[in-house]
Structure formats: C-alpha cells, structure tokens
Design a protein around this ligand. Structure first.
Ligand SMILES: C[S@@+](CC[C@H](N)C(=O)[O-])C[C@H]1O[C@@H](n2cnc3c(N)ncnc32)[C@H](O)[C@@H]1O
Length: 300
C-alpha cells in the first residue's frame, strides 16, 4: 500500500524514517523519492543485496542493516541516529521469498522445508516438524494457523517422521493432505504452513517487541504505520494502539475509570486502511493487507 503509506507518513526532506521491513524496497524508494532519509532493516540477506540500487541513488540518505526489526533501538543507539519522524513495518513474507522455491515458504513449489527469513537462524520448519513434541506441534498449528484439525495433523506428522524425517515442502503438504479433506480451492496445508512460518521466525514476538520499543524512539507527532496480513498480527497492532491512545483505563474491580498511565499515542483513524481496488486488481496478494497508523502525542 505505497500510496497509503506515503499519505500516512508524509515524508519530506529533513525527515528520518525507519523502514523495518525493506523487502524489495518499494516503500523505501517512495520515502526516499519524497526527500526523506531512510534507515532500512531486513532480516533476509537477499533483501539486503537488493538494496544496492537505492544505495547508489541516495548515498547520503539511505542506510540498510541486516537485523530483525525489533533490534532497531540498538541500531539507532549504536549508529547515533536521533529520534525518528516515522516508523514503517510491512509485516510478513515478501513476494521474492514466497516465489523462491529454495526458501521453502510456499506450498506451490517443492523445496527444502526451511521458511527461515534469516538464513542464518538456527530453527527451520524441518527442525520443528522433525523434533518438537507432538503436543507442541499441535498447539502451534492451532494458535498460529487457527487450524482446527491441529491434533490430527500433528499425529500424522509424528507417524511420518518416525519412519522418515521431513525434508521437503511437498512431503509435508502431502502428509497433511492425507488426513485433511480438501475444501474449496485452498490447499489443506495452507494454515499449517502459515503457523510453521510464524513460529520459525517468531513473527508475533518480533512485532510485540518492536511495538513496545517504538514510542520513545519517535519524535513528538512522529508516526508509526504498520501493515499486517492476517488477523493475529492485526489484533496485536489494534490492541496496542488502542491501549496507548485511551485517555482512561478501567477494570471491573475499580469504582471508576482512571487516567491511562501509558497514554502516548493518538490515532488519526480508529479503522484499519485496506488496499484500494486499483492495488487489488494489480496485486491480488494484497487482499488481506491492513494498515494501521498512530501518532506520538507531543506531550508524551
Ligand atoms: C512484506 S515484505 C516487505 C515489502 C516491502 N515493504 C517492499 O516495499 O518491498 C516483508 C519483508 O520484511 C522482512 N521481515 C519480516 N519480518 C522481519 C523482522 N522481524 N525483522 C526484519 N525483517 C523482517 C522479510 O524478510 C521481508 O523481506
């Protein structure tokens, strides 16, 4: 949602904006074109390699770091970069990652059962399905994939790995399909693949830590814009923004609401922004994207 991100962050010369999810660099390029300086982060070395043209075009206003985005406060401190005018997080997997069979993210291709966004991380999808206890696999599929057949799938995974450890995406997809009836066009393993990817990359933990660290790193009236792709992430962002923007909090045991000690944000809109019809026509993968924006209060 590049237009919506530009509208939300209003980049201009003199601003410094953190792009915590550089990916193919589309959003960074728009922020740079509007005159802002960009501090970019990605945990995927392939994404860092794609940044060379932006380096060449904007040598004084663009820097990129190979890291997780929840590490951004350490990067700002280490590099002596002051508070930010904006923070952008466009959570999830890039098209480049999905479409590269060797990364193991997609059910559409046979590839190694990997799913690591950072190729140097220790845990891959194969290590989870080949070594985690059955109950932990089932809980992960249920919690992170909202897969109601999680116990049946986990039992089938353990039966299979006892005779042959998993190594490929197709092997896992076939085992899941063998115990889940196919409904509609969606492959029966889609939810399990999503759950494993979120677990491998600790995606929800990274998001929660980055949000918690964001307010003090923003200038007064600085904005944070977060794009999510599924309801688990959107709920984390929505509840975080709601809590930090409420003037009062209440609990059943209190006689009356009390001032919110955590108040530090205002919300330009309480509603999430969805992609425009034009973007959906050009990129159907964007259909579940939701953008939420918050602004640091001048007095916080
Ligand atoms: C949806 S893509 C971003 C696309 C980007 N906005 C663009 O315009 O091309 C997500 C990117 O964020 C990266 N990413 C996801 N989670 C991350 C994290 N916790 N820390 C750093 N990078 C992350 C992925 O490696 C991927 O390259």
């Amino acid at each position: 949602m590049p237009d919506e991100v530009v509208a939300a962050l209003a980049p201009r010369p003199g601003m410094t904006i953190l792009d915590g999810t550089f990916g193919g660099g589309g959003h960074s390029a728009r922020l740079l074109a509007a005159g802002a300086s960009v501090i970019a982060i990605d945990r995927d070395k392939d994404a860092i390699a794609q940044a060379a043209p932006l380096h060449a075009a904007f040598p004084d206003r663009f820097r990129i770091f190979h890291a997780r985005f929840d590490q951004f406060p350490e990067i700002l401190q280490r590099e002596a970069i002051g508070p930010l005018h904006g923070i952008l997080l466009d959570i999830g997997v890039s098209s480049h990652q999905f479409d590269d069979a060797s990364r193991g993210f997609s059910i559409r291709f046979n590839g190694p059962l990997d799913m690591r966004m950072d190729q140097s991380d220790a845990i891959s999808a194969a290590s989870i399905v080949n070594s985690w206890p059955e109950s932990e696999i089932a809980d992960t599929l249920y919690r992170l994939g909202e897969e109601h057949a999680s116990r049946r799938i986990a039992a089938a995974i353990v039966r299979h790995r006892d005779s042959q450890p998993f190594s490929s995406t197709t092997e896992l997809a076939d085992v899941i399909a063998s115990v889940i009836p196919k409904k509609g066009a969606q492959h029966p393993a889609v939810k399990s693949f999503q759950a494993l990817r979120i677990a491998v990359n600790d995606e929800l933990g990274c998001l929660q830590r980055a949000l918690a660290a964001a307010p003090p790193c923003l200038l007064p009236n600085g904005r944070i814009a977060v794009i999510t792709f599924h309801s688990l992430e959107d709920r984390i962002v929505k509840l975080w923004m709601r809590h930090l923007s409420e003037t009062e909090t209440d609990r059943p045991e209190w006689p009356a609401p009390r001032p919110n000690p955590d108040l530090c944000l205002s919300l330009p809109s309480r509603r999430a922004i969805s992609p425009s019809p034009a973007e959906l026509a050009a990129n159907p993968r964007a259909r579940s994207a939701r953008l939420r924006v918050a602004e640091r209060l001048p007095s916080a």
